[in-house]
Write a protein that binds this ligand. Structure first.
Ligand code: FE
Length: 237
């Protein structure tokens, strides 16, 4: 079987990938970024073939990976993530400077950048993987990077359709359900006094530590309120 819930446990960061020259420039949001080798330092980025920036990277042979600040606004991400640069200049109102390669290096809501010169392009079907040598890299401040997990769980961000990690809504809901199903241990109720045994709390009066499943309680365990035996308890749905 292929359970897409396991794809969710692969960790990523969230980046803006820019490319360009004097004629054209653009940037988009990506999470599929990784370091390929240390000597020499090489990085890779995965990009949808229909992405406007992919065309610019192919043409100019450069890309810049910029790590987003954890506290960046959803609006700022939206400017780069859900619009196409073919019709507007996404960098028009965004602070940036021109990098060594001529491509724009964003400085707003960014904590560090890595500028790369493409040395290889891998065709991965719907996507292209650009691999490049680092030609310039620096940190801009000491803020924390935005992780994909934080973006998804706290900022409630979702991957757009052309992201390599895109998952449709139906599958996404199924994954959430699976996680919910795996989380709580069942609770049991005393039929006499109504006391509810909650595994996450345990039972301090009998030395039962939090996280103990009802099934794992000692056979002689009794209701801490009315002393009804364990076997008389019933499971709550
Ligand atoms: Fe009881």
């Amino acid at each position: 079987m292929i359970n897409p819930a396991s794809f969710f446990n692969v960790s990523y960061g969230l980046y803006i990938i820019t490319s360009g020259n004097k004629k054209s420039r653009n940037g988009f949001i990506a999470n599929s970024v990784f370091q390929v080798t240390a000597t020499p330092p090489q990085f890779a980025v995965c990009c949808n073939k229909e992405n406007y920036t992919a065309g610019i990277i192919k043409e100019t042979g450069v890309f810049i990976i910029s790590a987003l600040d954890k506290n960046v606004s959803s609006k700022f991400i939206g400017n780069f993530g859900y619009k196409t640069g073919s019709k507007l200049d996404k960098l028009k109102d965004v602070e940036h400077f021109t990098g060594k390669s001529g491509a724009p290096v964003i400085t707003e809501n960014i904590i560090s950048y890595i500028e790369c010169k493409v040395n290889q392009t891998v065709d991965a079907g719907t996507h292209l993987i650009f691999i490049g040598n680092v030609i310039q890299a620096d940190i801009l401040n000491n803020k924390k990077p935005l992780t994909y997990d934080y973006y998804r769980d706290v900022k409630k961000g979702i991957a757009p359709k052309n992201a390599p990690t895109f998952i449709d809504k139906k599958t996404l809901d199924a994954i959430k359900q699976q996680k919910a199903d795996k989380t709580p241990l069942p609770r049991f109720k005393c039929p006499v006094c109504g006391y509810i045994y909650e595994p996450e709390k345990g039972d301090a009066s009998s030395g039962i530590i939090p996280g103990t499943a009802f099934e794992n309680l000692p056979d002689d365990w009794k209701c801490p309120v009315c002393e009804t035996p364990k076997n008389d308890f019933f499971k709550l749905k």
